[in-house]
Design a protein around this ligand. Structure first.
Ligand SMILES: *Cc1c(COP(=O)(O)O)cnc(C)c1O
Length: 452
């Protein structure tokens, strides 16, 4: 027995204790816990110490200052919890310390990557010929797909952007839902297309792009739609919009960071009708699938388009047989992000994932019903895992959001929705129970009713 590794057992025990004690505990750390982090930022030690002491210090000072995001009562942003199967597999894979860039570097990473990618395409109801690849999150997935789209659209009009760049290239029109997620204009800027030239598709009262108001364009056009509006959870009418496009000169990309998972639940599939007709999609593992951070997925209908934009020439890392993740995305060295995805899917199976998605949707509806019965206003019909609530005027709504964050029973953020302030509730932790929803909704109502 080599006792250098005792610290691994210690870490696992501390991790378990952190997770167990988080259930039912206040969600946000106290101001004292946050102040205690100063203890971690003292001077760099002059020399070595004991790793056991390092870990003890990290747990004593760090754990209390962590947001308890995977204990059922965190409803901020679209932050998912962590599925135990994914966490356990990630711990094992961290010990493997594989570089998933090329199959020759890690047979296990390469194999699991290919299997998990195929399972994701299948679960999300996308064409079986589509190619999925793992990356750091939906922002990176959006960027990856937009670069592939840019290059493919220009190639169709005889411009080789891989060689010549985009300065002086034929114009590329960009059409996007007026409420497209902020990561998409950012990706357009990073891709050299700029966000100022976006022609918007106006949205309806639920935040969906209006199929009767798609602007006409000429020449190569990138069309950006979304599955899952980040405020309401509603999705664009894909079939109606894509059906009216000239598909010879358009590329449709769908940002489905969380919303694409509606397709994993048979009862929700109608929400995404026609989404499979797009050319590329972005989604996240760390949101609704509850993988550990970070994990995104870029999916492209024709894998060659991805490789054309992302392949990298290095004699020492020349293309080997099979999928090479370094030639399918922006990173060369990369974690084996597919491992926790594979473990969660292998553990839950098709029906387990469907149940997890469905449960979040039902709990979102429960939130809406309880708050509505208490007299709050639910601003958009709840169709997925997102709930938007107003408590009358903007000032009261902001005060309820701030009060709930101080109360610490649960955590929700605020947003601006069609000109009004709103509380935004996202049920993205699949471990959330009805009891968690009831306790959290009761806390919201208590805070609201006790406002001075
Ligand atoms: C969260 C989100 C993103 C960004 O995803 P990251 O994983 O945070 O990079 C993009 N689009 C939508 C709709 C999102 O909800």
């Amino acid at each position: 027995m080599d006792d250098r590794w005792e610290v691994i057992d210690d870490a696992a025990a501390r991790a378990r204790s952190h997770l167990e004690s988080a259930r039912g505990a206040p969600v946000a750390p106290t101001a004292d816990a946050v102040a205690g982090l100063d203890g971690l930022t003292s001077v760099l030690p002059d020399g070595p110490g004991a790793v056991a002491a390092t870990l003890e210090q990290l747990d004593r000072l760090g754990s209390p200052a962590a947001t308890r995001q995977s204990a059922g009562r965190y409803f901020g942003f679209v932050n998912g919890g962590v599925e135990p199967a994914g966490l356990a597999a990630a711990i094992l894979a961290l010990a493997w310390d594989q570089n998933a860039a090329l199959p020759v570097m890690s047979p296990v990473a390469a194999h699991v990557d290919a299997v998990a990618a195929r399972w994701i395409v299948d679960l999300l109801g996308l064409p079986p010929t589509a190619t999925a690849t793992f990356c750091a999150g939906a922002s990176v997935a959006n960027l990856t797909a937009i670069v592939a789209a840019r290059d493919a659209l220009l190639r169709r009009v005889g411009w080789d952007s891989a060689d010549r760049g985009i300065v002086g290239a034929p114009p590329l029109a960009v059409v996007a839902s007026e409420e497209i997620h902020s990561s998409v204009p950012k990706a357009l800027r990073v891709a050299g297309l700029g966000s100022g030239s976006i022609v918007s598709i106006p949205t309806d009262g639920c935040g969906r792009a209006r199929s009767d108001a798609v602007p006409a364009t000429r020449g190569p056009t990138l069309v950006l739609l979304q599955a899952g509006n980040v405020n309401t959870g509603h999705s664009d009418p894909f079939r109606e919009i894509i059906g009216q496009l000239d598909r010879q000169r358009t590329w449709v990309h769908v940002d489905g960071a969380f919303g694409l998972w509606a397709n994993a639940a048979p009862e929700r599939r109608a929400l995404l009708d026609g989404v499979e007709l797009a050319d590329s999609w972005a989604t996240d593992g760390h949101k609704w699938l509850n993988t550990p951070y970070d994990c995104g997925v870029a999916i492209v209908a024709r894998g060659d388009d991805l490789v054309a934009s992302m392949s990298q020439n290095a004699a020492y890392a020349s293309a080997t047989d099979g999928r090479s993740p370094m030639n399918m995305g922006v990173q060369m060295s990369q974690a084996a992000r597919a491992v926790p995805v594979w473990a969660i899917l292998a553990t839950l199976g098709r029906s387990g994932v469907a149940d997890a998605v469905e449960r979040c949707c039902r709990n979102a509806l429960r939130f809406a019903d309880v708050l509505d019965a208490a007299g709050a206003e639910v601003l958009a019909p709840v169709v997925l895992n997102q709930v938007l609530v107003s408590f009358g005027d903007d000032e009261t709504t902001d005060r309820v959001v701030a009060g709930v964050q101080d109360d610490r029973t649960c955590w929700m953020g605020g947003t601006e929705w069609h000109g009004a302030r709103a509380m935004r509730i996202s049920v993205s932790d699949t471990s959330t129970t009805e009891k968690d929803v009831d306790a959290s909704a009761a806390a919201v109502i208590r805070v609201w009713h006790s406002l001075p």
